[in-house]
Design a protein around this ligand. Structure first.
Ligand SMILES: O=C(O)c1ccccc1NCC(=O)[C@H](O)[C@H](O)COP(=O)(O)O
Length: 275
């Protein structure tokens, strides 16, 4: 039986084939090469720095399979600029159109509006999407372990690094964390939303935190609705959280990000003082 993730990816593949017909891979590669170097998202997310701050990846998300319509977001650039002013470390732009209402034009608009790293949040299955992300100014791409076999995961991660970018390698189970580590992931996300059933179980994060590769930035993804959720991730070892719904549905996303950062920093301080 096909899952939500399978259905999303089937649509992504169709859309991808259409884009490839319009803009051939060689042309995308030329555009990627002409871009200024990618920003260092690993460092922006606290990679290599002593634990202390909690970083926020703030997402531009119009709708979702689990919740339907969330926010119109007529001006994604203005929203991203607010996120940056609130202290976000990275902006995530969902570019999948069918289920999330995003586009590559959203990525262009956000890239032009902020000076912090930008994540192209797509369901990446082919090299073309990574080169295309770089051609449109992304610094970071999403690789969902559940959607890729080992060879594909390693190949896509290698291309990401060759292009000077980072990847947020997303996991949900112990086996996926081990596969992410074996592939050489430096930024590992734990999505507490099961992409096959759409259920959110916050405890998944704590169960996986101990298996993370040494030195990786650990990102808690999904289900952040308030400061307690951020504190939960931070207490269990997250250096960053990825937040969509809570920011796009809030009238004051700047204030929310500030609140999340201070809840995260307090929980990290508590964790460090307990050791
Ligand atoms: O959000 C969904 O319903 C969804 C369904 C299927 C695949 C992916 C999905 N979301 C992508 C994400 O990872 C989230 O947008 C991201 O983690 C932020 O989540 P939230 O803060 O809960 O909006």
């Amino acid at each position: 039986m096909s899952t939500v993730l399978d259905e999303i990816i089937a649509g992504v593949r169709e859309d991808l084939a259409a884009r490839e017909r319009l803009v051939p891979a060689a042309e995308v590669a030329r555009a990627a090469a002409a871009r200024p170097a990618a920003l260092d998202a690993w460092a922006a997310l606290g990679g290599g720095a002593p634990a202390g701050d909690l970083r926020v990846i703030a997402e531009v998300k119009r709708r979702s399979p689990s919740k339907g319509a969330l926010a119109d977001i007529a001006d994604p650039a203005a929203l991203a600029a607010q996120y940056e002013r609130g202290g976000a470390s990275v902006i995530s732009v969902l570019t999948e159109q069918r289920r999330f209402g995003g586009s590559i034009e959203d990525l262009d608009a956000v890239r032009a509006a902020v000076s912090i790293p930008v994540l192209r949040k797509d369901f990446t299955v082919e090299e073309y999407q990574i080169t295309e992300a770089r051609a449109h100014g992304a610094d970071l791409v999403l690789l969902i372990v559940a959607a890729l076999d080992d060879a594909r995961l390693a190949g896509l991660l290698a291309l990401t690094h060759e292009l000077g970018m980072n990847a947020l390698v997303e996991t949900h189970t112990e086996e996926e964390v081990d596969r992410a580590a074996a592939a050489g992931a430096r930024i590992v996300g734990v999505n507490v939303r099961n992409l096959k059933t759409l259920e959110i179980h916050r405890d998944v994060f704590g169960a996986l935190a101990g298996r993370m590769p040494e030195g990786a930035v650990i990102v808690g993804e999904s289900g952040v609705r308030g400061p307690d959720d951020v504190a939960h991730f931070a207490r269990h070892g997250a250096g960053a959280v990825l937040v969509g719904e809570a920011l796009v549905t809030d009238g004051d996303p700047r204030a929310r990000i500030e609140e999340f950062k201070s809840a995260g920093a307090a929980a990290i301080a508590e964790r460090l003082s307990a050791h």
